[in-house]
Design a protein around this ligand. Sequence first.
Ligand code: GLC
Ligand code: GLC
Length: 640
Amino acid sequence: MAPKVTEFDRARAALAKKLDLSQRGDADLLDRFDRWGGDLIEGLQATYELTDVIGPLIDIMVDQHGKRSETLRQRDRERVLNPDWFQRPDTIGYVCYTDLFDKDLKGLANRVDYLKKLRVSYLHLLPILEPRPGESDGGYAVMNYRALRKDLGTMAELAAVAEQLHTSGISLTLDLVLNHVAMEHEWAEKAKQGDQKYRDYFYAYPDREIPDQFEQSLPEVFPDFAPGNFTWNPEMEAWVWTTFNSYQWDVNWANPAVFCEFADIIANLANHGVDCIRLDAIAFIWKRMGTICQGEPEVHAITQALRAFSKILTPSMIYKAEAIVGPAQVGAYLGEGKHAGKVSDMAYHNSLMVQIWSAIAAKDTKLLELVMARFGAMPASTAWGVYLRCHDDIGWAIDDSDAHRVGINGHDHRMFLADYYTGKFYGSEARGVDFQIEKHSGERRTSGTAAALTGIQGALERKDKAAVDLAIRRYICAYAMVFGFGGIPLLYMGDEIALFNDDDFVKDKTKRDDNRWIHRPAMPWQVAEDAAQGKKPGSPATRVRKAMENLIQARLNLPSLHAAVATKVRAGQGHGVAIFERIHPSGNVIQLYNLTETRRWVSRDEILALPDWVTDRLSGQSFALGDGLELEPYQVLWLS
Ligand code: GLC
Ligand code: GLC
């Protein structure tokens, strides 16, 4: 009996026919199909009729493969041999808007040395693809995925900057907004003109019947400025699905043509030197009646197929999931069950971020420990994106049952955090502002820079020197957790010099309704350069910069901070002290963080994984543990 010809065999044969296997690049491509083709087909079959999609996809592969430069093909080979390149402790992330960093791509090119000096090796440029004119949700309403925002540069310049970054040891991440496009995008324009092919790229309903049914279980992302999830469009004569703003039209991923369009867009970005794709709002891309339409199983099948496509075609590229979801859901984006290790390579650790802020406000670490203990093991090939804040607001994602387990009320605690970080709570020095107040519960999210939330800004405005000192310690303690946790620490632009809120955003009418702009200040280069050179040593900017450099330096020399090594989080017996433990043959590390304003005791029993004589990798000091240690307010120790 002849062996059964599988879908895999058929697809492989179709691909092989279009390649010249005497060429190294083509042979490599087919080898990679052998390695990842199965994942691709499995992901596609879970969602689409395979025959609708595999043919066009192979054509895209062959076409984009032909366009890949020899330099990038070499990068591919190197990374296939070093698949953990982004997991290593020397991966230091930096996140910025190109224009706010230094005007445009030329400005950025001139500042690469600044990034190098800071030891940055992973740069995420927030949206730079061409947005709609006017309001664009900070660029997350993309009109053209094959061009850049005009004032920032051209695609050719992007490729040149990517190459410059690569030579400087820096990888480039860009956003891929794949849940929605701007209503001015070509697909939407054609849909408005009545072209059925393109109408099928969107969700459009002639009346409220179906939208109303969906609304029963759908939450609202922007209840203030974009209530509801559907918007009437007169040209379409339909209610169009718009999860985010009314000008951001959700695309229909159930349509295989949409999959192919995005695959080609991703390949094109990869061929311009992009190393990592941030899958924006990935949770939202599949809709199912009766659910909140986030994190449906198809989301992961699609991600698996897209990633396998990239692994075959441009394997130096990785995927990062932006899934701002709870501890129980986030694991799926790094892969659970049959998707383990086959979906995104990275995901944001939103829970850790929220828990750091929560512990600082509460001066207690019980909840942090409980929540962190709920995280299962992650695939060893993946990494967390660890951050203290980003360009978005902070949503106080405290789970009711978690809160209940430590004896508090979830709603009350969320309200407390929102009050605390907007300075409404007695004794709080924070200067955040409320974002998106929910009508029924009164719950709200918070905007503000890290320096504003930790109280550096408030203390400085009050000219209270002791309070400034304490706030700086708090700030460094919080950021030390980001650098110490493992995974990729993501430093938001300007946090290396503790930038304050930018109240001027209200002067720009495309920004004033969205106060997330308060925490997106422009880079003050004089201050940044002075701090980098250690000038004005007493200023918060220089002090913070120095402390950051110290954290980064210590991190670089700790092999056990490799992302594949799991971090165990414990709360110290003294409460208020978080303990991160990393057990690895390269050397155990125990990190202690006093998240309170008072002295705390950590006993020897809590540091069992270390011998008696230890070194604090942050200060360089060695000492005997004795019975234990007393930690100063906000003191951090990385012991090995
Ligand atoms: C992501 C972005 C956010 C944007 C949203 C809609 O969550 O981080 O800034 O508003 O997607 O694209
Ligand atoms: C919601 C979304 C997240 C987005 C944010 C924007 O939290 O889940 O994707 O970043 O809104 O504020």
